[in-house]
Design a protein around this ligand. Sequence first.
Ligand SMILES: NC(=O)c1ccc[n+]([C@@H]2O[C@H](COP(=O)([O-])OP(=O)(O)OC[C@H]3O[C@@H](n4cnc5c(N)ncnc54)[C@H](OP(=O)(O)O)[C@@H]3O)[C@@H](O)[C@H]2O)c1
Length: 329
Amino acid sequence: MRAIRLSAYGAPPSLALEELPGPLPGAGEVLVRMAAAPVNPSDLAFLAGTYGVRKRLPVVPGFEGSGVVVSTGAGAEALAGARVAVTAGSGDGTWAELVVTRARLCTPVLATTGLEAAAALTVNPLTAWALLDVASRGSHRAAIQTAAGSALGRMLLRLAKRRGVPMIHVVRGPARAEELRALGGEHVLDSSAPGFDAELARLALALGATIAFDAVAGPLTGRLVAAMPEGGRVLVYGALSSEPSSLSPLDLVFGGRRVEGFWLAGWMRERGATEVAAARAGVEAHIGGDLRTDFAERATLDRAVEAILCRSRGERRGKLLLLLGGDPA
Ligand SMILES: NC(=O)c1ccc[n+]([C@@H]2O[C@H](COP(=O)([O-])OP(=O)(O)OC[C@H]3O[C@@H](n4cnc5c(N)ncnc54)[C@H](OP(=O)(O)O)[C@@H]3O)[C@@H](O)[C@H]2O)c1
């Protein structure tokens, strides 16, 4: 079977399409014929060696994807033939024609969910769901998000709108701002525009935006903290700027504001299996709508390495979907 393998972390990473022996499922595992897998910022950070998880090399990258279970190990027979959304365990990931993974890391999808949509069912949609869950548990009346033009940002925009949660969407340029207004974003701010900080502070106070979801980090974290009302809470959940978050300590000391990290895996552990299963069901109900991913490019395995490296070099924008050979219907 063919798979993409990472043999050295870095910028650029050492990636190649290789012919590998077909894996066999052990007890509690399943063999999945893969249909599709997205290339997310977490994958690119993993390839660069800057993600919070490192694996022994060489390894097949890819944190999520979808496919059909073609063989099962002892105890995993219930999944035989199932169409599933897959998340990778501690070994090889999803960028391969065949993947062996723990049965509990596979979620059967509805017959109405296409395998392209199922490929991006977990990382971004569940995070959007989880971030709004945190906001709701904290009784925050409104929220701020950065990198609002990202796939996840658009999901947050649509989901927050549906739930009636006012949200301030921060993007880094006028073109993206226009796009988000066209998507229905009411409060869209361009961080590169003059007067951004004052307008953010004014809106945050007016709406009661006491929580912010920051995927950019760098100086933007500090600008959020400074603009938020007293008691404001910033959840840093990404590092798109590749810079350390910087902020004025005085904004923490005198305003009772907090900066925390957010990781989906931590939220899933905290909430427990029953709540996570309910969230997954909620996510799947919206996977063709509010929580859809609009892929900008699709690449078959023979073109995948070049397409991934283009994303690593920041030469192309928009979400890339790898087509891994299985029927993506
Ligand atoms: N913590 C977690 O558990 C978790 C889970 C899922 C996702 N995430 C994070 O969520 C974020 C969005 O993921 P995604 O898959 O939705 O991304 P995506 O669709 O691939 O989009 C990437 C976005 O990054 C923006 N961007 C890139 N460099 C930037 C910079 N220097 N300053 C500001 N914006 C920059 C781009 O802005 P333009 O629109 O202007 O090009 C684009 O909107 C990522 O940081 C990802 O790691 C975190």
